[in-house]
Design a protein around this ligand. Structure first.
Ligand code: SAM
Length: 276
């Protein structure tokens, strides 16, 4: 028996393009004693591609509870384990939470090995505010829970990120149409890192009109609701105070001028000449 207790590595794998795996992730996968995978057959393709041969154990949504106990036991015996999911970062709409909670309860070290994640990579290319956002995962199918989530989307001033399966996209867009102001921008990030990678930008009506050819894996990014109350308050400030308010939030000069012009409903050149 090994003397030291093992470590659980949470290893991110590619979300499409096989090159999107870090050198550290490859090294860890090569060094661990065991790899726990959401779907062992699926992960074998990646492991074969990386020429890694390791004992695999399945760890998926339907066996998380039982398999967590087995994995804890193996970690306590001193085995180092890497947890991977079918794509991206484990624990993000993928199995992981259960084993991580049990590791914490049992004083087992957990180490993240960062890498691809669909929501972050969709958000950063969306052109929508990245400063504050809420990730909702998949919208619930249960009617009441779904209604609550849609209400949350309608009210929030933060950017919203949702995961969606292609065959449910139409229903989700129709639900969003019921609650979203036409002004709110939406981006569909489709098949990112793959051959057909695409960012489709528009408002809800545009996306519904153009939904026919939208296939593959999708992330939906929705602009937060404009905060009218905040705007009213801002308009009571002097121009300089208004500028400082946005500067403190990290916006560039160009962005600030655009924002002030929008808040005050004036042409941006009018604001621009005051700040040259
Ligand atoms: N753990 C993954 C991650 O780190 O993003 C997410 C897994 S979740 C089961 C699968 C969902 O993630 C898909 O339905 C889609 O919404 C999103 N997704 C995964 N890969 C994607 C890609 N290449 N392009 C767009 N969306 C993707």
């Amino acid at each position: 028996m090994k003397e030291k207790i093992g470590t659980l590595y949470i290893v991110a794998t590619p979300i499409g393009n096989l090159e999107d795996i870090t050198l550290r992730a490859i090294r860890i996968l090569k060094e661990v004693d065991l790899i726990a995978a959401e779907d062992t057959r699926h992960s074998l393709k990646l492991l074969n591609h990386l020429e890694i041969s390791k004992p695999l154990i399945s760890y998926h949504r339907h066996n998380e509870e039982v398999k967590s106990d087995i994995l804890i036991h193996k970690l306590q015996e001193g085995n180092n384990i890497a947890l991977i999911s079918d794509a991206g970062t484990p624990g993000i709409c993928d199995p992981g939470e259960e084993i991580i909670k049990k590791c914490i309860e049992n004083g087992i070290n957990i180490v993240p090995i960062p890498g691809a994640c669909a929501m972050i990579n969709s958000l950063i290319c969306s052109g929508i505010n990245t400063k504050e956002f809420t990730f909702l995962g998949f919208l619930p199918l249960n009617k009441k829970l779904r209604k609550n989530k849609l209400e949350e989307i309608e009210k929030t001033n933060k950017t919203i990120i949702i995961y969606e399966a292609p065959h449910k996209l139409e229903a989700t867009l129709q639900d969003l149409k019921q609650i979203l102001n036409i002004e709110r921008k939406i981006v569909l990030a489709r098949e990112i890192t793959k051959i057909h990678e695409e960012f489709i930008r528009g408002n809800i009506d545009y996306l519904i009109e153009n939904k026919e050819n939208i296939k593959g894996e999708i992330v939906i990014i929705i602009e937060g609701k404009a905060n009218d109350e905040e705007e009213n308050e801002l308009n009571k400030l002097s121009l300089e105070e208004h500028y400082n308010y946005y500067e403190r939030q990290g916006f560039s000069k160009k962005e600030i001028i655009k924002k002030i012009a929008k808040d005050r409903n004036v042409n941006k050149n009018e604001i621009y000449i005051k700040f040259i």
